[in-house]
Design a protein around this ligand. Structure first.
Ligand SMILES: Nc1ncnc2c1ncn2[C@@H]1O[C@H](COP(=O)(O)OP(=O)(O)O)[C@@H](O)[C@H]1O
Ligand SMILES: [Mg+2]
Length: 248
């Protein structure tokens, strides 16, 4: 469980997040939605400790991230699996090497153990046998899967996904969503997904939080999402539905 309490973050006089309080449950796909530029990535970076809040708290199982001793913080970082917009695979390294990096840095697993783990992860994300391929030899969807396998390499408690479907076609997006949702349930991760993809929200959103002009404007589940008591959310849904009709 992750809790955000009264989080405020500005860049100069641009107040991006204004007194945001929300919580993220374990074993659930917690969706953070909002227009482009609404502060989703900034929120996630604060949660991950990559940015420091101006005020407010980030709590991991009740413990304040800002007050954690460096050792504890380091352990926490190990528990974070991250899948960012650009899938951030190293081009110069094979799939197996890419997945191996976190294990290399953080564990003392033997070569054989790493290989076994990599095979297991590639199996789990539906890409058995691609160990020796380079990212450039894989499709966008396959690269995402490798990114997911790498994010899982250290058995994370938390899975942070920033626009995991960006650049993917709708069919591939659905498969990636299903993979993330399946992993969330199976591993019991506290999963946070930043998105403005309506299919994702309706497909796998267990908890949905809508950010608008720096505020948490609405939260609810899928059922209430379709008849929200919030005109700004209605406008957001409408414009996204329209956009996907025009594009798709
Ligand atoms: N490092 C930064 N320095 C200054 N402004 C930033 C920085 N990061 C984000 N911002 C600003 O914060 C706002 C929210 O950005 P972001 O969180 O990336 O939006 P989203 O992820 O919802 O599209 C934008 O106005 C952006 O320009
Ligand atoms: Mg973003």
């Amino acid at each position: 469980m992750i809790e955000v309490k009264n989080l405020t973050k500005s860049f100069g006089d641009n107040k991006v997040l204004d007194d945001i309080s929300m919580s993220f449950e374990a074993g659930k796909c917690n969706m953070v939605i909002g227009a482009s530029g609404s502060g989703k990535t900034v929120l996630l970076k604060n949660i991950m400790g990559l940015l420091t809040p101006d005020s407010g708290e980030i709590l991991y199982s009740g413990k304040d991230l800002a007050k954690m001793p460096p050792k504890e913080r380091k352990l926490l970082y190990r528990e974070m699996g991250v899948l960012f917009q650009s899938n951030a695979l190293f081009d110069f390294a094979t799939v197996e090497e890419n997945i191996g990096f976190p294990m290399e840095f953080f564990t003392r697993l033997s070569k054989a153990e790493k290989k076994e783990k990599t095979d297991m992860l590639l199996e789990r994300v539906g890409l058995p046998g691609v160990n020796g391929k380079y990212p450039s030899e894989l499709s966008g969807g396959m690269q995402k899967r490798v990114g997911i396998a790498r994010a899982l390499a250290l058995n994370p408690k938390y899975l942070f996904c920033d626009e995991p479907n960006s650049g993917l076609d709708p069919m591939t997006s659905v498969r990636i969503d299903e993979l993330i949702a399946g992993i969330t349930e199976e591993y019991g991760t506290t999963t946070i997904i930043n998105t403005h993809d309506m299919n994702s929200i309706m497909g796998i959103g267990d908890r949905i939080s809508f950010i608008y002009e720096g505020k948490l404007k609405w939260k609810g589940d899928r059922d209430s999402f379709l008849r929200p008591d919030c005109s700004e959310l209605e406008a957001f849904v409408h414009s996204n539905a329209l956009a996907s009709k025009l594009i798709g």
